[in-house]
Design a protein around this ligand. Sequence first.
Ligand code: PEP
Ligand code: MG
Length: 551
Amino acid sequence: MILLQGKGVSKGVTSGPIYFFRRSDATVTKYDAPDQAAEKARLAAAQEKSIEQLNRLADKCREEAGDEAAILFETHAMFVEDEDYVEAIMDTLAEEGCNVEYAVQCAGEQFAAMFAAMDDAYMQARAADIRDVTGRILNNLMGVVEGGIDSDVPVVLAADDLAPSETLQLDKSKILGFMTQGGSGNSHTAILARTMGIPAICGLGESLKTEMEGRIAYIDGETGKVALEPDEITLTAYNAKLKKQQEMKVLMDTMKGQKDVTLDGREILVYCNIGSPDDLPAVLNNDGQGIGLFRSEFLYLKATDFPDEETQFKAYKAVAEGLNGKRVVIRTLDIGADKQVSYFDMKKEENPALGVRAIRICLNRPEIFRTQLRALYRASAYGKVAIMFPMITSVWEVKECKRACAKVMEELKAEGIPFNPETEIGIMIETPASIFVADALAKEVDFFSVGTNDLTQYTLACDRQANDLGKFFDPHHPAVLRAIKIAADAAHAAGIWIGICGELGADISLLETFLAIGIDELSVSPSSVLPLRAAIRKSIAKTCTLEKLES
Ligand code: PEP
Ligand code: MG
């Protein structure tokens, strides 16, 4: 038996073949290719495959985000066979007698440079499309798998680490579990695993080796243990846990349709965190009472260029309508720190978590902000949408956000486009500054939602991405819990509601503390809704104490 020990970041046990994530960073080398007919045949096959993939993507997009997004992929598909582009590839082949990968790369660079040099900003932005299409053809020529998984059966996905944008593009129906060498429990990849409700382990380090590919791994996302060829004792324990997991699921199903209310009648709303309209079925299946955090940056992370108003509107509208009148809190884009998007063209920062991220980008680049706000307000006509701003530190930021909202509402009114002028506006409480000025902030907004992932990071000066901070990264630290209490008292004094949408919200060991603090809503990954409901229904709010704030 081989036993690996990492950090469990998403609960549950599973087993399946290990599959290593393939990154599309294969480098192109030039070599002589005397059989030019064969090179041309390879090009034709790669073009055909690229077009097929792009058409599939366009169909998927049309279902999820509407025509505008789909058109982008259809345009990419047309470019694969663009006459001038193909002619440039053929010219290089004829002149150099080289391999087709090299010829495709040259044509891609030539066309991207040509578009980038144009005066018109729209045409300049097309350079990214050319690179994207070229990359796709190259991947198909070199056998790099789109979505990272070339397996007919579901797998336990292994990787050194996964960027949020990589995780988002994975074919989730093929993933039984995740395990990574690096990463941390607060990384967005871990958060995504929890949203999907699949076991995940990070921080396995060098013990996770590519040679292990294909072997069956038994993973436990709670203890962080991975076993290969388990001995009898380990296998018996694994099977017992699996059985318990299945029984628990049946038990949890009995919680569906029940209220989130304590034995003494205190209601605390249990909402869900999502990252994409794809997560909506998980919210409904787990009977979430609403969505307390829709991380809208998924739209930006998935795209190769700024998603336009229509694309965003359709995505937000789909979620608002899908919730049938229940509240959906959509957070404006929170790019930066670990969520990097190349087309934003951001400067490299020494400390990106302390840099130009989230609301700072929106306030610095009003056009990006305006597009998103227009899409959000338009979607507000189709459900109970609330808008939330991330990484707030100052009252002036909130005032500026509200001015941007007012301007957008004026525009929509003038254009005769429907929207809800009563749309709630809230902020994330995730910086120490927002705690210190919580009383003033509370007077400006309709709700607070505590982002405990960042609040812990900034309060304790501990990088949430690092996996070696051990006991120093302690979300249960009284400083964090006291900060939440200060925010809650300020919210209630101003007559607004307060929720928690960071990962701590799902921590049942803190439920009584949150009840004592008076938290009104907990927003958690969909798979945590029913266990949390079961715990709430066993609690007595009036006997809950603030003891944990003292220690
Ligand atoms: C948080 O910081 O707790 C939060 C909910 O936002 P994110 O994890 O996306 O930064
Ligand atoms: Mg945050």
